[in-house]
Design a binder for this molecule. Sequence first.
Ligand SMILES: [Zn+2]
Length: 865
Amino acid sequence: MARPAADAFRLPKTVVPDRYEIRLEPDLERFTFAGEESVSVTIREPVTEIVLNGAELEIHQVFIQYGQGVTLKGEATLDAAAERARLTFPETLTPGVWRLTLQFTGILNDRLHGFYRSTYKTVPDGGGDAQEKVLAATQFEATDARRAFPCWDEPAFKAVFQVTLVVPERLQAVSNTPIVSERAIAGTSRKAVTFAATIKMSTYLVAFVVGELEATEPVRVGKTPLRIWTVPGKTHLARFAEEIATFSLAFFEQYYGLPYPGEKLDLLAIPDFAAGAMENLGAITFRETALLVDAGAASHAELERVADVVAHEIAHMWFGDLVTMAWWNGIWLNEAFATFMEMLAVDAWKPAWERWVTFAVSRAAALSLDGLQSTRPIEFEVQAPKDADAMFDLLTYEKGASVLRMLEQYLGPESFREGVRRYLSEHQYANAETTDLWQALGAATKKPIPQIMDGWIFRGGYPMVTASVDESRRGLVLSQSRFVYLADGGAPPELWQIPVALRVGVRGGVVIRSLLLSEAEARVELPGPVEWALVNAGGYGFYRVRYAADLLRKLTRRLPHLAPIDRFNLINDAWAATVAGLTPLRDYLDLTVQFRGETDRNVWTVLIGSFAYLNRVIPAPLRAKLEALVRDRLAPAVERLGFSPEPEEGELSRQLRADLVRAIATLGNDPEIQAEARKLYKGSLEEAGAADPSLLPALIAIVAHAGGDPEYAEFVERFRTARTPQEEQRYLYALAGFRQTDVLSRTLEKTINGEVRTQDAPFLARSLLTSVYAREAAWTFVKANWETLERQFPAKSGIRRMCEGITALATPELEADVREFFASRNITLGGKTLEQYLEQLHVAVVFREREGPTLETYLARRFLR
Ligand SMILES: [Zn+2]
């Protein structure tokens, strides 16, 4: 089949909407809705038909009127595949402003997109059995506003929206703007709630939620009232989010130098929600775990998640909502910026969290994906809606934010902010392209931004900088080449403009240099013989570093003098080079010995991650020996930290304890730590606070790993009756952490039998696919139930998220079977997603084949018991 022309997915621009007046009446019992809209449109050239988007809608009436003139009746035909409605009229419509009126009906679906239904249970005030309740919510990004009302559903068709919702009197209705009128409808138990007109914005930002909702008292930030909405009985979990939300709103107004573009700001927790949150202007929706938390009982990681997501969404009110990308290829402008700003805000809010240091873990995840041959540029061609949805990945968010941070550090934070302010004020209420941002930053900084940035944005991949000392000993030689896990011999060499920060030890002192490496190789002259060198000092660069053997040795000796971020990059780059076959595995494993005294959580994340990777590629009989290696590397740090924190201990150290204890008890399978964890877990059930809140999730994971039937039954019950969203998640994912086949098969069933929300089921399935104890059964289950999973999971994103788990099916047999399955069924996951998963799997299998014998010898020599 020929590739469809681009306009198969882009609407004609002959008719442009200016203002929508939309009236919707949802029926929360029949799961349908009736709607009417009146759209003021500008017709730019004579037409006899109007084409707009619509999906799963029926259009019953079509009228169009010119000024106060005659009204024409039109006909609607829907093209389900193209998700379009074609409105035809008996006469040619002449250029000018017309009013288009449509009547339609649609469904409140259960796929968590468009206008959809979400359910939850409440216990009536006087006690008794829990009742199931329904609320209706929206999720329109990327292309699902068209399921709620016929519209020009592309980000460039910005318009004003005025929404009226007709709902039962006892329910609350929330939309983007404040309520301007609320009238009972005579003779019914319904009311019509009309909201103020929005600013000019894209369709994907429209939102409405209807249900028995409760809100916190409004807090004023400047002139903006801010509230948090939940289903009944949960507002006591809103305090923490309220704090970061009020802080972020004030922080961003100051940073951007522009007032918040809405009249009020509501943050709503929705029980069923496919993504993490959605930046609808003035009515941000969240999954419950990303908004509601009991701050006194949550771990650091759980709190950080809430702070991150809240700050991220509020950053979008300007970056994304006020100024929007013109098309989905530019989604990185939204997401990378929101991620960058989220870090900036959370870092300013809680400096002790060292958010820019911990961001290294996100940067590393992006480096890992971007090291594939099948990576894509940050800005990438998008045609079909499915491809737009596939853009919401590590490259858009984490690589995007990383290269922005690199640029900010290179230009200086003040100049960078100046450019951002200029960009926002020039393009507010409109759309912009990446080149507009470069222009604004260039104007503010007088630097050639496109030359520096194009290689990072419009090309996939990134460089590895190799450092060595020349014969004179006074010259540091830096060269660059693309880093890839699987070499592609025929690829032409590529160059990037790399901002390099250097710290070099020369006799008598330390030299700090910053330069732009744009050639294949450059020599940096130093005032004396080089004793040691640190490349990418401070860790902001989006590239890897490979040191010549003598430089690496000297740097490793200086390990205790390096900043945590520099230690992080050293071990992270070493591990990547090992997976890519550039560094012998033996050297990497020896290097990990030097990190036994490590105190930084992020550095440990790399170490533990690499052991988990080895665990996935070794044959089962070797597992006990790998466990011994893990214990050997982790035990000193676990002993140092113990099980209970010092009274004044910081949150990062508490979370590190949890990570280490969890890893030594699961990956290291340490029986003594398991016993201790079980005891402490039991104690914490009897007395809240017996275990540190950061440690509790780890304890639950350990009890699952070491447990069996009785623990499983208990955890299922605790999952069902959890008091907070975090508690629910801990027990849910623990169900994938058991090791017995029969128990795991019960967890597999829960991904489709209705016991687990469909918002969580794909992640639970992914967890099972990545467990070495469950993966084969999980893969068999996924194959056997593919149609059911596809039908039940959240539309578009569900299957894609679950399938990430296939990267862990790291045996040659499983890999072959996986490839066969996807090929024979012609499955695509949008964009380059499937290609990337398959390549990640292949990298793991190649690693297994190449390093298997080394690993076996290494483990046999050092850890034979
Ligand atoms: Zn976002």
